[in-house]
Design a protein around this ligand. Sequence first.
Ligand code: SF4
Length: 359
Amino acid sequence: MILNISRGKNFQECRQKSFNWDELRLQTWRESDPLIVGEGYHLGSEVVSQTADVNEAMDATEKRMRERYSKSLILPEEQPDIERNILWARHAVAQWAENYDRADFRVLMPEVKGCVPIPGTEHHCWFAHRLLYPNLPFEECDGSSNVACWQPHYLAFKTDGIIEMYKVIYLLEQKTTAKLGNDFWIKFQLDAQVRGYCYGVWKATGIIVSGVLINAIVKHSKQITLNGVKKYQLDPTNVGFEREPILVTMKDMLDFEKEFVQLANDYELAYRTNNIYKNTGACFHYNRKCEYFDLCKRDQQQLEGEFKPREADYVQDHYYTVLGLPNPKEATCSATTKDAELEENSQTTTSSAPTVEKS
Ligand code: SF4
C-alpha cells in the first residue's frame, strides 16, 4: 500500500476518522482555518524561494486562500476573521521573504517529493489488487498470474526543501503555530514526520541529511471585548519566527522504517477486514471538535448534503503511477483541456507524473 505520514497519524489517532477521510472521502463544507492558513503560507514561501518576488508571493497566498474559502460554507459573521487570516498570512510571507533575504542558509532544493518503496515488504497488496482487478475477489487471486498486485509498501512524502546551514544539510519544515511552549520543540525529537521525511529524502535522492530545521511561524492573539464578552482575536500584523534544528541519525531512520512497515501492515489489514472503530478520546484533539463528531453520534448515518466529496490527493495519484494505470483525475483534466483546445483548433498532449520528482 501507499501511505503518507498524515494518513498514518490519522489512522493511529482514530480508525473511523481515517476511514471517513481516506476511504469515504467525506469533507466538511467548512475547512479548518489553520489548514487554509498553512497552505496559503506554504505556497507564498515557495514563491519567495523560487522568484524572490515578495508581492507575487503574497498575492499567490491570498489567491490560494480565497480559492479554498470559496469552496467552504462561510457564515457572514465569520468573514472578518477570514480577512484577518488572509492578512496574517500575507504578513507572514512578507516577513519570511525578509528573513530569507538575510538568511544564514542556502536552499539547495526548494521542494522534494516522492513515493519510495520500503525494502522487503513485497506482499499481495489489497489496495493494488482492488484497483487492478476490481472484478476478481482478493481471496481468489493467487498472485502467480496477477503479479502486478504483488507490491511493497510505499512511503509518499512532500517536504518544504533541502537547505545548507553552516555546512550542515537539513530538511526545512515550516510550521505555523499559535503556541511555543517547551513541548513544542521536544515533540519533534520523536516525530514521525521528521524522521520519515529524512528517510524519504534519503531513499529518493541518496542524500543523507543531518536532520530537520523547524521554522516556526508564530501567530499572536490579543484580548478584545465583543458585546461584553472577552475573547482572543488573531493579531494580523504580529508574526513571530523561531527555529530549531532537530538532528536525525541513521538509527532514527531505520527505527522509522521498521515502525512504518508495522503501521502499514495494520492499516492494510484493518481496511481489508473492515476492522474500523472509533477512538472517542481523539474527538477534541487540537482543541477543536472532530468534523465527524455528529456523524459518529448518528452511527455513521449521513444527512443528505452533509459532506462534499474530497478531491483526490497525491497518495491516490501515486497508486495510478505505480501501477501504470490511467489516472481518472488526469483523464478528466485531459478531457477538459482537450475540449478547450479543440475549440481553439489545436492539439492536446498529456504526460504522466514521475514517481520521484525534485523541483
Ligand atoms: S468524532 Fe471522535 S470517534 Fe468519531 S471519527 Fe472523530 S475522532 Fe473518531
